[in-house]
Design a protein around this ligand. Structure first.
Ligand SMILES: Nc1ncnc2c1ncn2[C@@H]1O[C@H](COP(=O)(O)OP(=O)(O)OP(=O)(O)O)[C@@H](O)[C@H]1O
Ligand SMILES: [Mg+2]
Length: 340
C-alpha cells in the first residue's frame, strides 16, 4: 500500500542556499541545494536540488536553473512551491493525514514573506504550518536553553542573510538582519576574477574556490588553486592560479560588512541582557559561519566573544526537529501556527 496511515511531522529548513528536511522518527532525510531547473518554454520542472545545482550556468537556452529564495526568503513563489513539492515528494511517502510542517523564518522577514513561506508549505501538502524564528531554532538546535531568564545572542550566517537575535525567556529581545552572507562571499570571488583577471567564472567554480581556498584570516599554508573560466578579452577558455592570500584580500570588504552588521546587532540588545551576552559570548550558526577564519576575524574586528555551534549548518534543522520530536517540551509561544 502506498499510504502511511499516520501523518508524519516534518521539519524543513528552506534556506536560500540549502534545503534540509527532517522527518519525525526517521531523522534527516534530505540536505540539498535550494535550486530548481525547469523548461523555459513550457515551465515543466526538470530537476530539483543537487541535480538542478549541477545545471547552474550549464543549461541550454531552453532550460533555466535558479535559486527561488534570496536573502533568506522566497523571492519567486511559484518556483519555491515547485521546489518544495519536488523535494518533499522525493523523501516523504503520501500520508492519509497531511503532515504538520515546522519551518524557520529570518527575523527580518515581512508579513508577505512569512505568508509566502506558509503558502509554499500548504501547497506542498501541510495541514498546518508552525513557523519559528530562525535564530531561536538555531539556538535550540545548538542545545542552548532559550527559556532561561538570561540573555543569549545568536548570529545565524546563512547563504542569503545573517540573522541576529537576542533572546531571553523564549522571547526575542532584539532582532536585525543583513543580506551580506555566504552568497555575498561567493559574489566577491566572482567579481575578483572578473575585475582583476578578466576571467568569467561560473557559480560552482566560485563556490568551490571560496570553500577550498578562501579565508578571511591568514592561513598557515598559503594554499593555491587553479580556477578555470572564460577569458573576457579573448573569449577563449583560460585558467588562473590563485593563492588564499589573494582571495583573502578579495573577501575582506564582505567580512567587514558582516562585522559591522554584528556590531550594530549588539548595539540593539537591551542593556539588561548585554552583560550576559558579553560574558557568555555570541552563538554562531549556519554554514556560512564555516568560512575559514571567520570566527577569529569577527572576534578581532568586534572584540566580542564568539563560539561556533558544532556542525553549525545543521543548527536550524536540529532546532525544528526537536520541536517535531518533543513538542510538549517546546514552548508554544515560540511558534506562529497556521491551520489549513
Ligand atoms: N567551508 C565553507 N566556507 C565558506 N562558506 C561556506 C562553507 N560551507 C558552506 N559555506 C557557505 O554557507 C552558505 C550556506 O549556508 P546555509 O546552508 O546555512 O544557508 P541557508 O540556510 O541555505 O541560507 P539562509 O539561512 O541565508 O536562507 C553558502 O553561501 C555556502 O557557500
Ligand atoms: Mg539558514
Amino acid at each position: 500500500m502506498d499510504f502511511n496511515v499516520l501523518s508524519n511531522d516534518i521539519a524543513i529548513d528552506f534556506g536560500t542556499s540549502n534545503t534540509r528536511i527532517y522527518i519525525k522518527g526517521r531523522g534527516l532525510v534530505l540536505d540539498e541545494p535550494s535550486v530548481i531547473a525547469f523548461d523555459s518554454i513550457c515551465g515543466e520542472v526538470i530537476a530539483a536540488g543537487a541535480d538542478a545545482e549541477a545545471m547552474l550556468g550549464r543549461t541550454p537556452a531552453s532550460v533555466t536553473a535558479i535559486f527561488p529564495l534570496a536573502g533568506g526568503v522566497i523571492c519567486d513563489c511559484t518556483l519555491a512551491e515547485e521546489l518544495l513539492k519536488a523535494l518533499l515528494r522525493r523523501v516523504c511517502p503520501k500520508t492519509i493525514i497531511k503532515p504538520r510542517i515546522f519551518m524557520a523564518l529570518p527575523c527580518g522577514a515581512t508579513d508577505v514573506e512569512r505568508r509566502a513561506l506558509r503558502d509554499a508549505a500548504v501547497i506542498a501538502g501541510a495541514r498546518s504550518v508552525y513557523i519559528m524564528s530562525a535564530p531561536i531554532a538555531a539556538a535550540i538546535g545548538a542545545k542552548c536553553d532559550v527559556m532561561l531568564p538570561r540573555g543569549l545572542m545568536i548570529a545565524d550566517i546563512g547563504g542569503g542573510c545573517c540573522d541576529f537575535a537576542s533572546v531571553s525567556v523564549g522571547q526575542l529581545a532584539s532582532v536585525s538582519s543583513s543580506k551580506t552572507a555566504g552568497a555575498a562571499f561567493t559574489e566577491a570571488v566572482t567579481a575578483h576574477f572578473r575585475d582583476y583577471h578578466s576571467l568569467s567564472i561560473g557559480y560552482l567554480t566560485a563556490e568551490h574556490c571560496k570553500k577550498e581556498v578562501g579565508c578571511v584570516f591568514p592561513k598557515e599554508s598559503n594554499d593555491r588553486t587553479t580556477v578555470k573560466g572564460l577569458d573576457l578579452k579573448t573569449g577563449l577558455p583560460a585558467e588562473i592560479s590563485v593563492s588564499c592570500e589573494e582571495l583573502r584580500d578579495a573577501l575582506m570588504p564582505t567580512v567587514n560588512e558582516v562585522a559591522e552588521a554584528l556590531k550594530n546587532a549588539v548595539d540593539a540588545v537591551p542593556s539588561e541582557l548585554l552583560g550576559d551576552i558579553l560574558e557568555d559570548g555570541i552563538l554562531l550558526t549556519g554554514a556560512g559561519a564555516n568560512m575559514y577564519g571567520l570566527v577569529k576575524r569577527l572576534h578581532i574586528d568586534t572584540e566580542l566573544k564568539l563560539f561556533l555551534a558544532p556542525e553549525s549548518e545543521y543548527a536550524v534543522i536540529r532546532g525544528l526537529a526537536a520541536a517535531t520530536e518533543n513538542m510538549e517540551r517546546i514552548s508554544k509561544e515560540l511558534f506562529t501556527v497556521y491551520h489549513g
